[in-house]
Every structure is written in C-alpha cells, then in structure tokens.
Design a protein around this ligand. Sequence first.
Ligand code: MF3
Ligand code: CO
Length: 237
Amino acid sequence: MREANRIVAVILEELKELAKPGLTTLDLERKAESLCEQFKVRPAFKGYHGYPFILCCSVNEQVVHGFPNTKPLEEGDLLSVDMGIVYKGFYGDAARTFGIGAISQKARELSEVTEQALYVGIEQARAGNNLYDISAAIQNYVESRGFHVIKRFVGHGIGTKLHEKPEVPNFVPLNASKIRLKAGMTLAIEPMVAVGTDEVEILEDKWTAVTKDRSLAAHFEHTIAITGDGPIILSKV
Ligand code: MF3
Ligand code: CO
C-alpha cells in the first residue's frame, strides 16, 4: 500500500509541474500513461465501471470524474487531478487541486480550505475513534470557512480493491451508526468542496460531476493507514 501510494504521489507531483496555461488535460493523461509504464503499475480507474481514462481532470465547476480533453488549460483555472494505480495487487488513490498560473483569491481560498479539511479529517483517523469523527471534522471545518461539502460522493476503504467498506462521507450522515476505527485500516479520505452548494449534476457524458450552481469546486485525497501510533499518510513522496 505504501509503495502503490508513493508512486501515485510521485506521478501527481510530475503532473503538477506540467500543468501550465496552454497544456491540455489530455497531455497530462499521456504523461500519466507513460509514467505508469515506467513504474510498471496498472492504472486503476481506466475500465472501472467503464471509466475511459487513467486520470480524472476536473476543471473549475467540475467536481470529480472530469474527462481529460484537448482544451488548453487557461490562466486562472482550478484543476483537480485524481489518480489510482495497482501495484502488486494493492491500490493507491490520491487527488490534488492545482491552480493554473495565477488564480483568484476565492479559488486559492477554496483550494486551501479543501486541503486543510483533508488534514483535519486525517487527524481524526485514530484507533478507537468513530469513523464519523473524520466526517464531522471535515464538515465542521469546511462549513466554518463558509464553503460546502459535496454529499453525492464519498471517501472509502481501499486495499486489494479500489473501493472497499466503509464509505467515508465528508459529512455526518443522518442516523450515523458507530463504526470504530482500528489499527490496520487503510482509508481514502477525499473532501470535495464547493463555493456555493453541496449539490452536483452529472453531465451528458454520464461521468463529469459539476456543481449545480456552477460555482468552483476543489478536491484533495490521500490514502492513509491507521496505526497504533496514529494515522500515516501513504500517498506522499
Ligand atoms: N478517487 C475517486 C474515487 O476514489 C476516483 C474514482 S474514478 C473511477 O472514487 F473512474 F474510478 F470511478
Ligand atoms: Co478515492
């Protein structure tokens, strides 16, 4: 799990360096493909429930599951890149949001709040805590900053499959039962946050999720492991 996720982190770093005005998200897809070959890992998303690409590239009002395409990125765009791979049967999954060139104050704030929300969630990923302590920490932080957590998509357990139990929502569900966290669990925690709404619509392509009000959205994701000494972030270089 550590190696799978380290490789995802290395690839996302490379993509971040490339993501400049004028480049297309399909260029990023091609780079990701060649890096997967280089690291001898299998991309996890392509073919998953029919998803057609290695990357999800979601720009501005797109929340998640955006298709890489031939439209050049523009100065001021807010780009979220999500990637999963399989290494020796184990899955890595992570996402980052990057500003393209100079971005607006609002976009920067949204991106910073979403990343920070991920870290306040990870902080609660401790043996003995309730699963929804993670959810509550994320939701409270995001809402205290005046933004909205997306409800339609959630984080998840991860291991020898991309999506395992339990779901890890970024909000506390109604009638939330108690799920006690234990050392050895590996979770993908992934806040998706929007400026104006918690609701999404799915575009004609059946995948791309956009905010209902077309306000900006951001997405950060880490795969973490819960240990006796607290959480360890696996998806880092
Ligand atoms: N990071 C997302 C997730 O964990 C991406 C899934 S895209 C898909 O669910 F194509 F694999 F569905
Ligand atoms: Co995920």
